[in-house]
Ligand binder design. Sequence first.
Ligand SMILES: [Zn+2]
Length: 423
Amino acid sequence: MADIKVYAIPSLPVDKDYHIFVCYSRGDLENVHILIENLEKEGLKCLYHERDFTAGHSILTNMLDKIRKSMYMLVVLSEDFVNSGYAKHEVAEAMHLQISEGYSIIPLLIEPCTVPDFLKHITYIDVTEVEVSEIHKRVLETVVNHKTMTDLQESITGKCIACHVQRSRKNRLSCAIQEFKLIFNESDRARIADFRFQFSDKELAKIATTVSNSTLVRFWHVYTNFKLCACIICFIMNILYALIHTILMLTIFDQSKPVPNDGSILQVLLIVIPMVLWVCCGTLAGIEAPVFQKRISLTYNLQIKAKKLLMLELNKFNLEARKNNQIIILSHSLSNVCLILMRYDFRPCQTYFIKRCDRKEVLRKHQRAGESVVEYTNRLFDSFVQSSDVTLLIEPSPQQQKRHRMENNAKCICLIVEEMLCK
Ligand SMILES: [Zn+2]
């Protein structure tokens, strides 16, 4: 009786159907079936090729789909596995996912064999000396502990939803005078719910209105079609000029008397005005010429100013960022405006940063008199989230430049803040 242990099986996240995808070679079928049976008795949802692949779908489609639907991949390592091409393919897909999405692979060594190179860097469970009927306990311990180690909150960090500013439907047919808007469509809303963002419908509507009504978005079509707009304005001006010209000419030729002396001034004006208009047109369009674009692109500078205004507005939603575990980031380039909603668990970063402050004096250089390290850290993190540097959270960073795991492969806040303070 003393042997019986109840495992706290982690509940499945919304987007997963299985705890474990079991990957093995046919030669180990018998042992694997015993293992799966025991794991399922304990409440762990398992998935394996023979039973759970959808008939009619290709193996590759099935594999990719099921890998995405499971939390971990258990790779049963044996001599047979090492020689099996198919099982290795599954693992290669999982490895790819592991790099891009933080998927977890657990190698399980059931008999002594040469561990393939691509799995060597992952800590494996050695059950070569364990009875088949007992193997599942080792797996359960790992899955349960792994869950405790990574913590549900940490796995959300860096999960992003990007919502692009789009052409609003009612002006679909018009070209240059198009109105842009931020609209949270149904799939956005579904993902917002899936990722458990704490935005009420009212708040989302408020965010969408704030973005849509901002100068940046309201005049986005002007910024992006600046040359076209300049040309349209000049075209209209020229039409107006042609009208005036015709009216004037008719007035002059209507008179039976010879053209008076001031007629020559009129004629000069008739030639000069269109030239001036064309020069204006050329200048307006030319301002955006590539040769100037890098430095003094007029529209880009205007966009930057408008962006700063919008960020100030959006910061209202970031005031409670640390409490709500979510950040709103405005991403803006010459051709695109995009609102990124990011889940972020601040605790690991804050805890670690507080420790770092003890060790590195330079990190406390902005600490105010009478302010505790905790208060100081809170202040630093709050101001970071509300600064324009927050976009660093959406920039992927090389492997060696990371600290806490981010779903989007960027640097975490504690590392960014530390780097800024050490500059
Ligand atoms: Zn961190």
